[in-house]
Design a protein around this ligand. Structure first.
Ligand code: DGP
Length: 116
């Protein structure tokens, strides 16, 4: 049994978050500690702990995450200049919350992809 994280409480609106989008598959909300002018997290409503745990049955939710990312990038006005989509996995990836999430980051030049 995989343990719920704070993100499940955000999805159920049990704790506050700046939710920008929600449907039957995914939820998107602003990151509590933004690393750029736009920093949004897009997550599946059902708990998938890490990218390693993705199953065939998750395909619809994962596809929707991508659709919502593109839509929010446009709404934020960062689609033309560009942005970065990031999903961290486990320790070396720097994952802190074990409910997979796509970071949508933009609004300024983001520099090289990886810090040295
Ligand atoms: P990661 O390192 O990829 O697991 O990123 C986790 C992100 O989640 C990090 O950028 C901060 C964000 N975060 C953690 N707790 C909360 C929270 O309670 N609310 C919101 N909005 N974001 C959170």
């Amino acid at each position: 049994m995989v343990e719920e994280t704070i993100f499940s409480k955000i999805i159920r609106r049990e704790i506050p978050a700046d939710i920008l989008y929600q449907d039957e598959l995914v939820t998107a909300f602003r990151d509590i500690s933004p690393q750029a002018p736009t920093h949004i997290l897009i997550i599946p409503n059902h708990l998938i702990a890490t990218a390693n745990d993705v199953k065939q049955s998750d395909e619809a939710a994962l596809g929707r995450m991508m659709i919502v990312a593109a839509r929010l990038a446009k709404e934020e006005g960062i689609d033309e200049d560009g942005y970065r989509l990031i999903m961290n996995c486990n320790k070396h990836g720097g994952q802190e919350v074990y409910h997979i999430h796509m970071h949508l980051v933009g609004g300024k030049p983001l520099g090289p992809m990886l810090s040295k």
